[in-house]
Design a protein around this ligand. Structure first.
Ligand code: HPA
Ligand code: ZN
Length: 324
Protein backbone atom coordinates (compact mmCIF):
# COMPACT_ATOMS: atom_id res chain seq x y z
CA UNK A 1 0.00 0.00 0.00
CA UNK A 2 2.87 2.39 0.83
CA UNK A 3 4.26 1.91 -2.65
CA UNK A 4 0.86 2.36 -4.24
CA UNK A 5 0.45 5.70 -2.42
CA UNK A 6 4.01 6.77 -3.22
CA UNK A 7 3.40 6.13 -6.93
CA UNK A 8 0.22 8.25 -7.08
CA UNK A 9 0.87 11.71 -8.52
CA UNK A 10 -0.31 13.88 -5.64
CA UNK A 11 -1.50 17.47 -5.36
CA UNK A 12 -1.54 19.46 -2.12
CA UNK A 13 -4.16 22.18 -1.62
CA UNK A 14 -4.06 22.92 2.10
CA UNK A 15 -0.58 23.56 3.42
CA UNK A 16 0.62 26.40 5.64
CA UNK A 17 4.26 27.03 4.80
CA UNK A 18 4.92 28.20 8.39
CA UNK A 19 3.55 24.81 9.48
CA UNK A 20 6.35 23.00 7.64
CA UNK A 21 8.97 24.44 10.00
CA UNK A 22 10.58 21.28 11.40
CA UNK A 23 12.11 21.57 14.90
CA UNK A 24 15.63 21.04 13.51
CA UNK A 25 15.25 23.98 11.12
CA UNK A 26 13.61 26.07 13.84
CA UNK A 27 16.70 25.61 16.02
CA UNK A 28 19.08 26.26 13.10
CA UNK A 29 17.30 29.52 12.16
CA UNK A 30 17.09 30.59 15.81
CA UNK A 31 20.84 30.21 16.08
CA UNK A 32 21.49 31.98 12.76
CA UNK A 33 19.34 34.92 13.88
CA UNK A 34 20.53 35.07 17.51
CA UNK A 35 17.15 34.09 18.96
CA UNK A 36 16.80 32.05 22.13
CA UNK A 37 14.01 29.47 21.99
CA UNK A 38 12.22 28.56 25.24
CA UNK A 39 13.14 24.86 24.75
CA UNK A 40 16.37 23.09 25.66
CA UNK A 41 16.57 21.09 22.44
CA UNK A 42 14.68 19.54 19.53
CA UNK A 43 13.35 16.72 21.72
CA UNK A 44 11.91 19.17 24.26
CA UNK A 45 10.27 21.15 21.48
CA UNK A 46 8.73 18.04 19.92
CA UNK A 47 7.47 16.99 23.35
CA UNK A 48 5.52 20.27 23.52
CA UNK A 49 3.54 19.27 20.41
CA UNK A 50 0.73 17.83 22.49
CA UNK A 51 -2.36 19.76 21.45
CA UNK A 52 -5.90 19.67 22.80
CA UNK A 53 -7.54 22.01 20.28
CA UNK A 54 -6.78 24.46 17.45
CA UNK A 55 -5.79 27.35 19.76
CA UNK A 56 -3.25 25.32 21.73
CA UNK A 57 -1.54 24.56 18.40
CA UNK A 58 -1.77 28.13 17.07
CA UNK A 59 -0.01 29.49 20.17
CA UNK A 60 3.06 27.33 19.45
CA UNK A 61 2.85 27.81 15.68
CA UNK A 62 3.00 31.62 15.95
CA UNK A 63 5.80 31.41 18.52
CA UNK A 64 7.84 29.13 16.21
CA UNK A 65 7.37 31.41 13.19
CA UNK A 66 9.31 34.14 15.01
CA UNK A 67 12.62 32.55 13.93
CA UNK A 68 11.80 33.48 10.30
CA UNK A 69 13.44 36.82 9.67
CA UNK A 70 15.31 37.11 6.38
CA UNK A 71 14.46 36.36 2.76
CA UNK A 72 16.90 33.45 2.98
CA UNK A 73 14.99 32.04 5.98
CA UNK A 74 11.76 32.00 3.95
CA UNK A 75 13.61 30.44 1.03
CA UNK A 76 15.13 27.72 3.22
CA UNK A 77 11.76 26.96 4.83
CA UNK A 78 10.00 26.67 1.47
CA UNK A 79 12.84 24.72 -0.13
CA UNK A 80 12.78 22.16 2.69
CA UNK A 81 9.04 21.64 2.09
CA UNK A 82 9.47 21.36 -1.69
CA UNK A 83 12.21 18.76 -1.18
CA UNK A 84 9.60 16.69 0.69
CA UNK A 85 7.21 17.20 -2.23
CA UNK A 86 9.86 15.90 -4.61
CA UNK A 87 10.54 12.88 -2.38
CA UNK A 88 6.82 12.07 -2.06
CA UNK A 89 5.77 12.59 -5.70
CA UNK A 90 3.74 15.72 -4.97
CA UNK A 91 3.58 17.28 -8.42
CA UNK A 92 1.67 20.48 -7.62
CA UNK A 93 1.12 22.44 -4.42
CA UNK A 94 -1.05 25.46 -3.53
CA UNK A 95 0.36 26.81 -0.33
CA UNK A 96 -0.72 29.34 2.25
CA UNK A 97 1.39 31.94 3.95
CA UNK A 98 0.39 34.16 6.89
CA UNK A 99 1.91 37.62 6.22
CA UNK A 100 0.37 39.24 9.32
CA UNK A 101 2.43 36.93 11.53
CA UNK A 102 5.54 38.44 9.99
CA UNK A 103 4.47 42.05 9.34
CA UNK A 104 3.61 42.42 13.02
CA UNK A 105 7.25 41.56 13.84
CA UNK A 106 8.58 44.24 11.49
CA UNK A 107 9.38 41.88 8.59
CA UNK A 108 8.47 43.35 5.21
CA UNK A 109 5.97 41.77 2.82
CA UNK A 110 8.63 41.69 0.08
CA UNK A 111 11.06 39.73 2.28
CA UNK A 112 8.45 37.03 2.85
CA UNK A 113 7.12 36.79 -0.71
CA UNK A 114 10.50 36.98 -2.44
CA UNK A 115 11.94 34.20 -0.26
CA UNK A 116 8.97 31.88 -0.78
CA UNK A 117 8.64 32.61 -4.52
CA UNK A 118 12.32 32.07 -5.26
CA UNK A 119 12.02 28.55 -3.84
CA UNK A 120 8.77 27.91 -5.77
CA UNK A 121 10.40 29.05 -9.02
CA UNK A 122 13.45 26.88 -8.41
CA UNK A 123 11.29 23.80 -7.73
CA UNK A 124 9.45 24.39 -11.00
CA UNK A 125 12.71 24.66 -12.94
CA UNK A 126 14.61 21.89 -11.17
CA UNK A 127 11.86 19.32 -10.55
CA UNK A 128 8.83 20.42 -12.57
CA UNK A 129 6.81 20.94 -9.38
CA UNK A 130 4.22 23.64 -10.06
CA UNK A 131 2.64 25.81 -7.40
CA UNK A 132 0.25 28.60 -6.47
CA UNK A 133 0.62 30.97 -3.55
CA UNK A 134 -2.32 31.93 -1.32
CA UNK A 135 -2.18 34.90 1.04
CA UNK A 136 -4.11 34.08 4.22
CA UNK A 137 -5.75 36.62 6.49
CA UNK A 138 -5.67 35.88 10.23
CA UNK A 139 -9.30 35.82 11.32
CA UNK A 140 -8.60 36.66 14.98
CA UNK A 141 -7.45 40.10 13.73
CA UNK A 142 -9.72 42.81 12.31
CA UNK A 143 -10.94 43.27 8.75
CA UNK A 144 -9.06 46.62 8.72
CA UNK A 145 -5.82 44.76 9.39
CA UNK A 146 -6.66 42.31 6.59
CA UNK A 147 -7.34 45.21 4.20
CA UNK A 148 -4.01 46.82 5.08
CA UNK A 149 -2.29 43.48 4.50
CA UNK A 150 -3.84 43.11 1.06
CA UNK A 151 -2.74 46.67 0.31
CA UNK A 152 0.85 45.81 1.31
CA UNK A 153 0.76 42.85 -1.10
CA UNK A 154 -0.27 44.94 -4.14
CA UNK A 155 3.32 45.27 -5.50
CA UNK A 156 3.59 41.45 -5.49
CA UNK A 157 0.22 40.49 -6.98
CA UNK A 158 1.93 38.72 -9.89
CA UNK A 159 3.24 36.17 -7.38
CA UNK A 160 -0.08 35.50 -5.61
CA UNK A 161 -3.01 33.56 -7.06
CA UNK A 162 -5.51 33.65 -4.20
CA UNK A 163 -6.49 34.68 -0.69
CA UNK A 164 -7.49 32.50 2.25
CA UNK A 165 -8.71 32.79 5.83
CA UNK A 166 -7.14 30.95 8.76
CA UNK A 167 -6.35 31.08 12.51
CA UNK A 168 -8.87 30.88 15.41
CA UNK A 169 -12.22 29.95 13.87
CA UNK A 170 -14.74 30.01 16.71
CA UNK A 171 -16.15 33.52 17.18
CA UNK A 172 -14.55 34.76 13.94
CA UNK A 173 -17.09 33.94 11.21
CA UNK A 174 -16.32 34.42 7.51
CA UNK A 175 -18.85 37.29 7.32
CA UNK A 176 -16.37 39.40 9.33
CA UNK A 177 -14.21 39.52 6.17
CA UNK A 178 -16.69 40.06 3.33
CA UNK A 179 -15.23 43.43 2.35
CA UNK A 180 -11.61 42.30 2.05
CA UNK A 181 -12.64 39.22 0.06
CA UNK A 182 -14.67 41.43 -2.32
CA UNK A 183 -11.60 43.63 -2.78
CA UNK A 184 -9.41 40.58 -3.46
CA UNK A 185 -11.91 39.31 -6.01
CA UNK A 186 -11.89 42.70 -7.76
CA UNK A 187 -8.11 42.37 -7.98
CA UNK A 188 -8.55 39.04 -9.83
CA UNK A 189 -7.57 36.79 -6.93
CA UNK A 190 -9.27 33.46 -6.25
CA UNK A 191 -10.60 32.76 -2.76
CA UNK A 192 -10.68 29.92 -0.25
CA UNK A 193 -11.40 29.90 3.50
CA UNK A 194 -11.00 27.63 6.50
CA UNK A 195 -14.51 26.81 7.68
CA UNK A 196 -16.13 23.98 9.59
CA UNK A 197 -12.93 22.77 11.26
CA UNK A 198 -14.00 23.64 14.82
CA UNK A 199 -16.71 26.09 13.73
CA UNK A 200 -20.30 25.21 12.74
CA UNK A 201 -21.67 24.29 9.33
CA UNK A 202 -23.18 27.80 9.13
CA UNK A 203 -19.64 29.17 8.71
CA UNK A 204 -19.32 27.05 5.55
CA UNK A 205 -22.50 28.60 4.13
CA UNK A 206 -21.11 32.05 4.94
CA UNK A 207 -17.78 31.32 3.27
CA UNK A 208 -19.58 30.18 0.12
CA UNK A 209 -22.24 32.88 -0.04
CA UNK A 210 -20.48 35.92 1.42
CA UNK A 211 -16.81 35.32 0.59
CA UNK A 212 -17.52 33.49 -2.71
CA UNK A 213 -14.84 30.91 -2.07
CA UNK A 214 -14.21 28.16 -4.61
CA UNK A 215 -13.02 25.60 -2.01
CA UNK A 216 -13.56 25.05 1.70
CA UNK A 217 -10.51 24.29 3.84
CA UNK A 218 -11.37 21.47 6.29
CA UNK A 219 -15.19 21.61 6.12
CA UNK A 220 -15.63 18.37 8.07
CA UNK A 221 -18.49 19.83 10.14
CA UNK A 222 -20.57 19.92 6.93
CA UNK A 223 -21.91 16.48 7.91
CA UNK A 224 -24.06 18.23 10.54
CA UNK A 225 -26.18 19.79 7.77
CA UNK A 226 -27.70 17.51 5.09
CA UNK A 227 -28.71 20.52 2.93
CA UNK A 228 -25.11 21.68 2.90
CA UNK A 229 -23.84 18.21 1.98
CA UNK A 230 -26.32 18.17 -0.91
CA UNK A 231 -25.03 21.53 -2.12
CA UNK A 232 -21.35 20.57 -1.84
CA UNK A 233 -22.02 17.41 -3.83
CA UNK A 234 -24.26 19.09 -6.40
CA UNK A 235 -21.87 21.98 -7.08
CA UNK A 236 -18.77 19.82 -6.57
CA UNK A 237 -17.29 22.34 -4.15
CA UNK A 238 -14.05 20.77 -2.94
CA UNK A 239 -13.17 20.24 0.73
CA UNK A 240 -9.46 20.26 1.55
CA UNK A 241 -9.49 17.77 4.42
CA UNK A 242 -6.45 17.21 6.66
CA UNK A 243 -6.71 13.85 8.47
CA UNK A 244 -3.59 13.96 10.68
CA UNK A 245 -4.30 17.59 11.62
CA UNK A 246 -7.87 16.74 12.60
CA UNK A 247 -6.78 13.97 14.96
CA UNK A 248 -3.87 15.93 16.45
CA UNK A 249 -6.16 18.92 17.15
CA UNK A 250 -8.91 16.64 18.51
CA UNK A 251 -11.49 17.54 15.88
CA UNK A 252 -11.87 13.73 15.93
CA UNK A 253 -10.74 11.68 18.94
CA UNK A 254 -9.03 9.13 16.74
CA UNK A 255 -8.47 8.50 13.04
CA UNK A 256 -11.01 5.66 13.01
CA UNK A 257 -13.68 8.27 13.85
CA UNK A 258 -12.82 10.52 10.89
CA UNK A 259 -15.72 11.23 8.51
CA UNK A 260 -13.63 11.59 5.33
CA UNK A 261 -14.86 8.37 3.69
CA UNK A 262 -18.42 9.18 4.71
CA UNK A 263 -18.07 12.50 2.83
CA UNK A 264 -16.58 10.71 -0.17
CA UNK A 265 -19.52 8.25 -0.18
CA UNK A 266 -21.89 11.21 -0.31
CA UNK A 267 -20.23 12.40 -3.54
CA UNK A 268 -18.45 15.36 -1.97
CA UNK A 269 -15.18 16.29 -3.74
CA UNK A 270 -12.91 15.46 -0.80
CA UNK A 271 -9.16 15.99 -1.08
CA UNK A 272 -6.34 14.93 1.27
CA UNK A 273 -3.83 17.45 2.63
CA UNK A 274 -1.25 17.88 5.36
CA UNK A 275 -2.05 21.35 6.85
CA UNK A 276 0.97 21.82 9.19
CA UNK A 277 3.03 18.66 8.67
CA UNK A 278 5.93 19.59 10.97
CA UNK A 279 3.49 19.84 13.87
CA UNK A 280 1.03 17.04 13.06
CA UNK A 281 3.31 14.10 12.31
CA UNK A 282 3.36 13.77 8.57
CA UNK A 283 3.31 15.07 5.03
CA UNK A 284 0.96 13.98 2.23
CA UNK A 285 2.24 10.41 2.01
CA UNK A 286 1.68 9.86 5.75
CA UNK A 287 -1.83 11.34 5.54
CA UNK A 288 -2.78 8.91 2.77
CA UNK A 289 -1.17 6.04 4.70
CA UNK A 290 -3.22 6.88 7.79
CA UNK A 291 -6.43 6.61 5.73
CA UNK A 292 -5.39 3.20 4.41
CA UNK A 293 -4.36 1.96 7.85
CA UNK A 294 -7.00 3.41 10.17
CA UNK A 295 -10.00 3.91 7.88
CA UNK A 296 -9.23 0.90 5.70
CA UNK A 297 -9.50 3.10 2.61
CA UNK A 298 -9.25 1.00 -0.56
CA UNK A 299 -6.86 1.66 -3.43
CA UNK A 300 -9.81 2.85 -5.47
CA UNK A 301 -10.79 5.35 -2.78
CA UNK A 302 -7.21 6.59 -2.43
CA UNK A 303 -6.92 7.01 -6.18
CA UNK A 304 -10.21 8.92 -6.22
CA UNK A 305 -8.97 11.22 -3.43
CA UNK A 306 -5.77 11.94 -5.38
CA UNK A 307 -7.78 12.62 -8.56
CA UNK A 308 -10.07 14.95 -6.63
CA UNK A 309 -6.94 16.91 -5.64
CA UNK A 310 -6.06 17.38 -9.30
CA UNK A 311 -9.63 18.39 -10.19
CA UNK A 312 -9.91 20.82 -7.26
CA UNK A 313 -6.60 22.52 -8.07
CA UNK A 314 -6.12 25.74 -10.00
CA UNK A 315 -4.04 24.00 -12.64
CA UNK A 316 -4.97 24.67 -16.28
CA UNK A 317 -7.23 21.99 -17.77
CA UNK A 318 -4.47 20.92 -20.16
CA UNK A 319 -2.16 20.00 -17.24
CA UNK A 320 -4.98 18.39 -15.26
CA UNK A 321 -5.51 16.03 -18.19
CA UNK A 322 -1.93 14.81 -18.00
CA UNK A 323 -2.39 13.98 -14.30
CA UNK A 324 -5.72 12.15 -14.51
N1 HPA B 1 -6.75 26.07 11.12
C1 HPA B 1 -6.72 27.38 11.29
N2 HPA B 1 -5.61 28.09 11.19
C2 HPA B 1 -4.47 27.47 10.90
C3 HPA B 1 -4.44 26.11 10.72
C4 HPA B 1 -5.64 25.37 10.81
O1 HPA B 1 -5.72 24.14 10.64
N3 HPA B 1 -3.14 25.81 10.46
C5 HPA B 1 -2.43 26.96 10.47
N4 HPA B 1 -3.25 27.97 10.74
ZN1 ZN C 1 -5.11 24.93 7.70
Amino acid sequence: MKQFIAALPKVELHLHIEGTLEPELMFALAERNGIKLPYADVAALRAAYDFHNLQSFLDLYYQGAAVLQTEQDFFDLTWAYLSRCQAQHVVHTELFFDPQTHLSRGIEMGTVIRGISRALDQAQTQWGISSCLILCFLRHLSQEDALATLEAALPYLDKIQGVGLDSSELGNPPSKFSEVFARASALGLKAVAHAGEEGPASYIWEALDQLKVCRIDHGVRSVDDPRLIARLAEEQIPLTVCPLSNTRLKVFDKMADHNLLQLLDQDVCVTVNSDDPAYFGGYLQENFEALARDLKASREQLRQLALNGVQASWLPVSRKKTLI
